[in-house]
Every structure is written in C-alpha cells, then in structure tokens.
Ligand binder design. Structure first.
Ligand SMILES: [Zn+2]
Length: 236
C-alpha cells in the first residue's frame, strides 16, 4: 500500500516537556528501571510500579485498518497512536495503545497518568482496528479499552465522538451500554448490569477513576439516563 508507514524513531514524539507534571518519566522502552534502592519505601500495601510513560506516534490508514475509511470525519493525519502504561487486572504494568485525535492527546495522557497513579486496572487497550471489521461488539466483549473508531450513533445519523477520536470506552464488558429499553451491549455483559458490583475496574459515580476524567472536564456516559453508557467518556 502506498500509505504504508515504516516507523522511524525520529518521528516519535515524547511528551515529557509538556506533561512533566503528569509523567514521572518519559522513557524509551529500552530503558530499564533504575537500579538501586528506591528513594523512599512505599507503604507495604502499595506495590511499587514502573514509572508512567506515554509515547505518541503518527498513525496511517494502513495501521488504523478497518477502524477508518475514506469519508470518516477525521483523517489519519489528525489522529495519533498513544502508547500508555497501565495497570492490568493482574496488578502488573502493561503497555496499551489508544488512537485519539491529536487535539486530545494531552488530555488522554493526563487522565491515564492519573488512572495509573491510583492503580485503576484496565484489562487491555488495543486499537479498535485490531478486531475484525473494527466491530465494536467484539472489542467490548473482550473488555478492550479503545478510543477512535469511525462509527455513528445508532439510529441518529450523527457521528459518535469515537469517530472524531474524542471519546474513550473503558473496560466496556464490565461497564456496559444500557439503552432505554433495557437492552445492553456487549451481549456477554448481563452479569455487569448489577452496578453494585465492586469488581476491580467496575465504575461507580464518584469513584476516583471516574473523577480522573470528570474533574478534567470529560463527560461520563454513566451520568446519562437514556442511554446509560458506563464505559464511555468524551471530551468533544
Ligand atoms: Zn463510547
């Protein structure tokens, strides 16, 4: 494909300067953790973690795959792929990828730096185009956290904020979408319609994880009534 992108280190942008307040360290993946004892011993109940990192790279149509097509409201040149450290359901540090609008990179890094700091677990974070046809149902069933995906709001004829790269769905299996008829998505989310559950990653109003977004000006779909979209955060 003529648009095939061959990543080059020089094209990678590190946000350490602009986000120094958020990022404890912005390092290349090749940098090992510093040796020697930590400067201060953490409380015994809080595991020490690797520093939070965020790497921002361009993304091509080929790399977006089925999540983008001609006619979508934003093009690949307006999107970025952000590689973020996050805590997994296993409590370990992982690196995931979110495709977002270039105008939302800083806000997304800020929020996910806070989620990492508070230890909020994200099961997996892969671009929507990883799934066949970028089918949202497949991503949601897989409890996959994602952002950009060129799709409309069903029945509305309007683009979703996901199609602009300005919305993030967080742990969508355990934080489902519920419409005004009680129908829900994804199809395997029935156990998680009980919002009193306290499983790791289940979002509740006022949680530090929800506030990581809403205190920074994002809207949470869990505050909506028709539909209620517990997984959804957007900043149009
Ligand atoms: Zn959403």
């Amino acid at each position: 494909m003529r648009t095939r992108h061959h990543p080059h280190p020089a094209r990678r942008a590190c946000l350490a300067v602009a986000l120094a307040a958020v990022l404890a360290q912005c390092s290349s993946p090749a940098s090992p953790p510093a040796g020697g004892p930590p400067p201060a011993s953490p409380p015994p109940t809080v595991p020490a973690r690797s520093p939070f990192t965020a790497e921002v790279v361009p993304v091509t149509a080929a790399e977006l795959g089925p999540s983008w097509r001609p006619g979508c409201p934003v093009g690949p040149a307006e999107l970025r792929r952000v590689r973020l450290t996050h805590v997994g359901m296993d409590g370990a540090t992982h690196v995931g990828e979110l495709d977002v609008h270039q105008d939302r990179v800083r806000q997304v890094v800020d929020v996910f730096g806070q989620l990492y700091a508070i230890g909020y677990p994200v099961e997996r974070m892969r671009p929507a185009g990883t799934y066949p046809g970028a089918e949202d149902e497949l991503s949601m069933r897989d409890n996959n956290t994602s952002a950009f995906s060129c799709r409309d709001i069903p029945g509305s004829g309007r683009w979703s904020q996901h199609a602009l790269g300005r919305a993030v769905d967080v742990n969508p299996l355990i934080n489902p979408y519920v419409d005004d008829t009680g129908a829900f998505q994804p199809a395997n989310a029935a156990p998680y319609l009980d919002r009193a559950r306290r499983d790791p990653g289940v979002l509740h109003d006022g949680d530090p994880a929800v506030r990581a977004f809403t205190d920074r000006g994002w809207t949470w779909g869990g505050h909506w009534t028709t539909p209620i979209d517990y997984q959804h955060f957007e900043m149009p």
